[in-house]
Design a protein around this ligand. Sequence first.
Ligand code: FES
Ligand code: FES
Length: 164
Amino acid sequence: MAEKLIPITLKVNGKEYKVEVKPNETLLFVLRNKLNIKSVKGTCYRGECGVCTVLLNGKPVKSCLVLAAEADGAEITTLEGLAPFGTLAPIQKAFIEHGAFQCGFCTPGFILTAHWLLTNKPDATEEEIKEVLSGLICRCTGYKQIIEAIKAAAKYYKQDKQKQ
Ligand code: FES
Ligand code: FES
């Protein structure tokens, strides 16, 4: 018997997608393989590495742990949605300026998590930055440059908050 498909709607980076998913398909699988959003990647597929991190209704989640059907109606932001095409968000520029990546495999998860932290708490301390990053693994850069980049980007988020 054919497996039942569930129709869902996802708003990804401001664009609405209607897609049919299997009950056991993860948000990671659907974003990457059905919507072709390639910044979202998987390594461990069990919540340990964080490379699959996306913002779900504004909060970072590990998309390998979320069933796509559970995300029906949600707003998702991936790295592609942080800044208009052809431009970079301040946190992305800071990662470049501070050499905060090497292979780049983990970078979308770090940048989205840092963006969420600085949007909500632009004056986050180094300890708070480290705590938020604790669920993310980078195997090649080292965390020092990543933390420096996040601290450097904080001033842009503070300015944005003051304008609000
Ligand atoms: S692939 Fe999701 S946490 Fe590793
Ligand atoms: S930049 Fe290579 S794993 Fe983080």
